[in-house]
Design a protein around this ligand. Structure first.
Ligand code: ADP
Length: 903
C-alpha cells in the first residue's frame, strides 16, 4: 500500500491583513546557508544598526566573487511589480529565473497593483498574471456592497453573511430612516464608517448615532457586528486566503491556513466612551502594531497574530462546532465569488477574445478574505483584498505566506514547454485559417451536401466538447495531485451542493445580464453541470462518422451502445447476437457472456473449459461465482437490467434489444412485486455493508480477466506477452514509439477503454448497480485510468518501469486525502496490469498486421527480395514454447499477484 495522507482537515484554515513592507528578515534570507529560523532569530535579536552592518557585510561577502552571467532559458518570473521578497524567495525555490527588468514576456508576472485590461490582452497563452480584470467588483468595498445588495434582493437567505451596508452619499437617507425605525423600536446599534477604497484601517470611525454620520462621498456605512467571538477577551478577525485559478470555467481553492489577527485592547461592548479606541474595535495589524500592548508571537499560541491552525485547535478544545463554522465559511467564499463571476467572465472574455473554451487561464488571483466570527459562530464578510499583504514581519507570516505562494505556483502548472507548444499551436491555427475553404451558399447545395455539412458541423461541435471534457478531466487530475495545502471548493465534489451553486450562478447571471442571460445560463448548465462523459461523446462522434458515410443525420436520440471501440487497426470479429433462449440460459446459469464490438481485443476469464465455444475473439466471460453471490443483493431495481445492459459491451443494437427484452421477461419470471418493495435506500445500505465483500469479489473477477488476442487462444496470448517481456530490450523503444508517438490521444484512450468498459461491466454485475459512476470503487478506478492517460500516455508508460516510483500511478493515492483500502488498491493494481497487457497485445497485433501486409506486397511485387530483415522478423514472429512459469514469475516480479489475500 502506498503511504496515504490523512485526509486534509476541513477546518485547518484562516488570516490577517497587514501591509507591512519587506523587513530585514527577508533580506537576511538571501544569506547563503542561513536557515529560516536562524534568519528570523537574527532579525529579531539584532538591533537595527547592527542589522544594517551585518547586512552590508553580508552583501559584500556575497558580491566578492565575480558572478558569472547565467543565461536564462528556464521559466522566467517578472517580479518587478511586487515589493514582497517572499515571492522572490519562493520563485527561486521553484527554480524560476527572476527577470531583472519588467519583462512582458515572462512566464509568470506578479504585481501588487492593478493590471490593465490591455496588458492582459497582450499576454500570450503560456503566460500567467496574478490578477483578473473585473475582480474590483468585489474587492472595492462599495462595489462589493452594491453587487451583494442586488443579489440579496433575490436570495436574501443565501447571502446573509455581509453586514447591512449603505453606500454614501446615495443611501444616506435610507440610513437615517433605518436608524429612525430602530429608535422607534427602542433598539440601539453601532455603525462603522469606512472609506470605499480604503485599507489598513485608514479613515475608519464608529458612530452610535447614525444622524451624526456625514453624507460624505466615497464612504460606506456598515452595521457594526457588536457581539464578536473573542479570543482571550480580544476581538479578532480571520485572514483567509483564496485562490482563483480560472474564471472560464470558475475554479476556486481555499488555503488550509491563514492568520488570526487580534486587537490589542480587551473588547468591551461599544459605548460613547470607547468608540474612538481603535485598538479595541479594529483588528488590523497596521493599526494594532502601534499599540504598546502589541505582542510579537514567539510561538503559535501567543502573540497578537496567530495561525488559523492554532485557532481551529482552540475551537476544538472549547467544544465549538468547527466543521459547521468552516462549512459556512466555504459557502460564503463560493457565493461571494459567484457574485463576482459574471463580471470576471465578461471582462476576461473581452480581454481574451477567441481563447478556446476551457483553455488555460492567463490570469489567477490570490485573494485575502477578511472574516469576522460572531458569538453564534456565523462568519461575516468584511472585505476582500485583491493584493493581500505578503509582508513577513514575523515567522508566522513567512511560514504561512511562503507555503501559500509555493502551492499557488504549483497549481498554476507552468511548464517550460508551454511556450513552444503555444508557438506551434499558433502556427497550426494560422495554417488552418489559410486553407479554410470558403463557405458555399446553401442554395447551391444538394440535399445530400446539406446533410453532410450539418453532420460535419455536429461532429466539429462534439470534438470541441470532447476536447473540453478531456481538458477538464486532465485538469482535475492535475489539481488532485498538486493541490498541496489548498482545497478546491468550486466546483464542489458534493453533487447536491454543486447543483445548488450552479443554480445560484445561473440566477446571478440572470440578475446581472438580463437580456443576454439565457445563452449564458445554457452554457453554465453545460459547463458546470454536464453529465456527458467522454465515452458518450466518443459514441456520438462515431455515430456522426457512420452517418456521414450513409449521408444521413440522425438525431441525438439513439445512441450507439457503449463498449470497447474497435481500433482501426484491429480485425473485425463479429459474433451473432445470442438468441433469447441462449440468453435466458446464460442468465439462469449466471454465466453472462458479453459480446464486444467487432474487432477489439477482449478480456475473458481464465478457465479450464475449452475455448472453442466461449472464448472466441470478442468475448468476455465474467466470473460465475461472483454473480451467484452478488445476486443475493437483488437485481430487480427498476431498469437495473436494462440500464446495466446499456453499458455492457455488445456487438450491435439487435443484441442489445434482444437482451433487454429477455431481461424484462426474466424480471417477469422473478418475483418482481416482492423485490420492488425494497426501496433504494435499503439497497444502498445493503451495498454499503457489503462493500468490502464486493470489492474482494471485484478483485477476484479482475484477477480472472485476461486480454484476448483476436484469433488466438489464451495460451497463445500469454505466450505473446511472455515473448514481449523476454525480448523487452528490443521491443521497448518500439512500444514506446507506438504508444507515445504513433497513437493519438483518441486511440490511446481507446486502448484504455477496452479495459475500462469491461471493468464497468464487471462492476455492474457484481455490485448490481446500473450506474457505476456513483460507485466509490469506480471513481477510484477512473482516477487510475486518467492517470494512465496522463501526459499523453506517459502515465501508462511509466508503469512499465520496474524501478521508477516517480510518476508511478500509485502516487495519485499517496498524494490525495482519500484513503483506499488494500483490496481497492489491489484492484487498481490489477487494472494497471490489464492495461499494460492490453497495450502489448494491441501493439503486437498492429505489428503483425503491418508485417503481414508488408509480406504480402513484398511477396507479390518483390518476390526476389522477399525476406524480412531480422528486425522485422523478431517483431512479427513470436515463436517460443509456452512457459506459464515465466508468466507467473513475471507478474509476481513486476506486479505481485493482486489476489493473494482475496482468494
Ligand atoms: P480596511 O480595509 O481599512 O482594513 P475593513 O473593512 O477590513 O477595512 O475593517 C477594518 C477592521 O474594522 C476589521 O478588521 C474589523 O476588525 C473592523 N470592522 C470592519 N467592519 C466591521 C463591522 N461591520 N463590524 C465589526 N467590526 C468591523
Amino acid at each position: 500500500m502506498p503511504g496515504v495522507k490523512p485526509s486534509a482537515s476541513l477546518t485547518s484554515l484562516m488570516m490577517d491583513k497587514q501591509d507591512v513592507t519587506l523587513t530585514s528578515l527577508t533580506q537576511y534570507a538571501r544569506r547563503p546557508g542561513a536557515t529560516q529560523s536562524s534568519l528570523l532569530q537574527g532579525a529579531r535579536q539584532a538591533p537595527p544598526d547592527e542589522k544594517r552592518n551585518v547586512d552590508n557585510e553580508d552583501k559584500k561577502a556575497v558580491q566578492a566573487p565575480k558572478k558569472k552571467r547565467k543565461k536564462k532559458h528556464g521559466i522566467t518570473a517578472n517580479l518587478s511589480g511586487t515589493r514582497y521578497e517572499v515571492i522572490r524567495i519562493v520563485c527561486e525555490k521553484c527554480k524560476f529565473d527572476i527577470c531583472k527588468e519588467d519583462d512582458p514576456n515572462s512566464y509568470l508576472i506578479w504585481s501588487d497593483s492593478f493590471v490593465s485590461a490591455d496588458r492582459i490582452t497582450e499576454m500570450k497563452p503560456f503566460q500567467r498574471i496574478n490578477h483578473f480584470p473585473g475582480m474590483v467588483e468585489v474587492t472595492r468595498k462599495d462595489c462589493l456592497a452594491r453587487n451583494m445588495m442586488k443579489v440579496q434582493r433575490h436570495h436574501a437567505d443565501e447571502f446573509n453573511f455581509v453586514p447591512k451596508t449603505w453606500i454614501l452619499p446615495a443611501d444616506h437617507s435610507m440610513l437615517l430612516n433605518y436608524a429612525k425605525d430602530l429608535k422607534a423600536k427602542k433598539k440601539y446599534r453601532t455603525f462603522i464608517v469606512k472609506p470605499s477604497n480604503g485599507a489598513q484601517g485608514h479613515g475608519i470611525q464608529l458612530y452610535k448615532n447614525a444622524e451624526k454620520i456625514p453624507p460624505s462621498e466615497h464612504f460606506i456605512v456598515q452595521e457594526y457586528i457588536d457581539k464578536p467571538l473573542l479570543l482571550e477577551g480580544y476581538k479578532f478577525d480571520l485572514r483567509i486566503y483564496v485562490l482563483v485559478t480560472s474564471c472560464d470555467p470558475l475554479r476556486i481553492f481555499i488555503f488550509n491556513d491563514g492568520l488570526v489577527r487580534m486587537s490589542t485592547d480587551k473588547y468591551i461592548n461599544p459605548s460613547d466612551g470607547n468608540l474612538s479606541n481603535l485598538y479595541m474595535h479594529l483588528t488590523n495589524y497596521s493599526v494594532n502594531k502601534h499599540n504598546e500592548y502589541y505582542q510579537k508571537g514567539d510561538s503559535v499560541d501567543t502573540g497578537s497574530k496567530r495561525s488559523i491552525r492554532y485557532f481551529n485547535d482552540y475551537l476544538r478544545k472549547n467544544d465549538y462546532d468547527i466543521v459547521l463554522l468552516w462549512r459556512r465559511i466555504y459557502d460564503m467564499v463560493v457565493k461571494t465569488l459567484l457574485v463576482a463571476h459574471p463580471h470576471l467572465l465578461h471582462a476576461y472574455r473581452m480581454c481574451r477574445p477567441g481563447a478556446p473554451a476551457g483553455s488555460d487561464s492567463v490570469c489567477f488571483e490570490v485573494l485575502g478574505f477578511d472574516v469576522l466570527i460572531d458569538r453564534k459562530l456565523n462568519p461575516w464578510l468584511l472585505e476582500i483584498n485583491r493584493s493581500p499583504s505578503f509582508g513577513t514581519d514575523e515567522k508566522i507570516d513567512f511560514d504561512i505566506k511562503s507555503a501559500l505562494i509555493e502551492d499557488t505556483i504549483r497549481l498554476l502548472n507552468i511548464k517550460l514547454s508551454d511556450k513552444r507548444r503555444n508557438y506551434f499551436a499558433q502556427k497550426a491555427e494560422a495554417q488552418k485559417r489559410l486553407f479554410r475553404t470558403t463557405k458555399r451558399n446553401e442554395a447551391d447545395m444538394t440535399e445530400l451536401e446539406k446533410k453532410k455539412q450539418s453532420i460535419e458541423k455536429r461532429r466539429e461541435e462534439l470534438k470541441e466538447h470532447l476536447a473540453r471534457v478531456r481538458k477538464a478531466t486532465a485538469r482535475e487530475d492535475f489539481e488532485n495531485r498538486n493541490a498541496g495545502r489548498f482545497r478546491r471548493i468550486f466546483p464542489s465534489e458534493d453533487k447536491l451542493k454543486q447543483q445548488k451553486y450552479v443554480n445560484i450562478m445561473s440566477s446571478i447571471f440572470g440578475i446581472v445580464m438580463s437580456g443576454r442571460a439565457p445563452a449564458m445560463q445554457k452554457e453554465i448548465q453545460k459547463v458546470y453541470n454536464n453529465q456527458w462523459r467522454e465515452e458518450d461523446i466518443l459514441d456520438m462522434i462515431a455515430e456522426c462518422e457512420a452517418d456521414d458515410k450513409d449521408g444521413k443525420l440522425t438525431s441525438g436520440g439513439s445512441k450507439i451502445p457503449r463498449g470497447p471501440k474497435p481500433l482501426s487497426s484491429m480485425p473485425i470479429s463479429v459474433r451473432s447476437p445470442p438468441t433469447e433462449d441462449e440468453f435466458d440460459e446464460e442468465e439462469e446459469e449466471e454465466e453472462a457472456e458479453y459480446t464486444s464490438p467487432p474487432g477489439s481485443p477482449n478480456m475473458n476469464r481464465r478457465e479450464s473449459r475449452p475455448p472453442s465455444t466461449k472464448s472466441r475473439p470478442g468475448s468476455l466471460r465474467p466470473d460465475s461465482r461472483v454473480s451467484n453471490d452478488a445476486s443475493s443483493l437483488c437485481n430487480s431495481r427498476p431498469n437495473s437490467g436494462v440500464s446495466s445492459m446499456r453499458s455492457r459491451p455488445v456487438s450491435n443494437m439487435s443484441a442489445l434489444n434482444s437482451r433487454s427484452k429477455s431481461l424484462s421477461r426474466l424480471h417477469g419470471k422473478q418475483s418482481v412485486l416482492q423485490r420492488s418493495i425494497i426501496d433504494d435506500n435499503f439497497l444502498i445500505t445493503v451495498v454499503k455493508e457489503r462493500e468490502d465483500e464486493l470489492t474482494k469479489k471485484t478483485l477476484l473477477a479482475l484477477s480472472d480477466m485476461r486480454i484476448k488476442f483476436p484469433g488466438k487462444t489464451d495460451q497463445e496470448a500469454e505466450l505473446i506477452l511472455d515473448t514481449l517481456h523476454e525480448n523487452w530490450k528490443f521491443h521497448k523503444p518500439r512500444i514506446a514509439s507506438y504508444w507515445l508517438v504513433k497513437l493519438d490521444s483518441i486511440k490511446r484512450r481507446k486502448v484504455i477503454d477496452i479495459v475500462r468498459s469491461n471493468v464497468r461491466a464487471v462492476l455492474q454485475r457484481i455490485w448490481r448497480i446500473s450506474d457505476v459512476d456513483n460507485l466509490r470503487l469506480y471513481r477510484i478506478f477512473t482516477r487510475v485510468f486518467n492517470r494512465l492517460l496522463w501526459s499523453h500516455g506517459q502515465g501508462l508508460w511509466n508503469c512499465f518501469s520496474t524501478t521508477s516510483q516517480n510518476g508511478s500511478w500509485e502516487t495519485i493515492f499517496s498524494k490525495s486525502s482519500e484513503n483506499i483500502c488494500e483490496n481497492e488498491f489491489n484492484c487498481c493494481r490489477r487494472i494497471v496490469q490489464l492495461c499494460r497487457d492490453c497495450l502489448l497485445i494491441v501493439y503486437q497485433f498492429a505489428a503483425e498486421a503491418k508485417s503481414s501486409s508488408q509480406q504480402n506486397s513484398e511477396n507479390s511485387e518483390l518476390s526476389s527480395a522477399g525476406t524480412l530483415s531480422s528486425r522485422d522478423k523478431s517483431s512479427s514472429t513470436l515463436v517460443a514454447p509456452l512457459n506459464t512459469q515465466t508468466m507467473s514469475q513475471r507478474y509476481s516480479k513486476l506486479y505481485p499477484r493482486a489476489d493473494t489475500t482475496a482468494t
